[in-house]
Write a new protein. Structure first.
Length: 63
């Protein structure tokens, strides 16, 4: 959602954080859990926190 809001392709986000488009696709489709350093680079690209990027919606509703 964050990527689409900015109009970035998966390849563009991948370039910003140093991974392939395939890696971004896998993260977005819950087929790959990024390493902590990658999670922080993704959050930094969106100028937000790791929690805002990766916290599942159903988990945030439980708070």
């Amino acid at each position: 959602m964050l990527r689409a809001e900015r109009g970035w392709t998966q390849a563009e986000l991948g370039e910003r954080v140093g991974v392939s488009r395939n890696s971004i696709n896998a993260v977005e489709n819950d087929k790959f859990d990024p390493s902590l350093p990658l999670a922080f680079r993704i959050a930094d690209a969106f100028e937000t926190t790791v929690e805002d990027v990766f916290l599942r919606e159903d988990a945030s509703a439980e708070r």
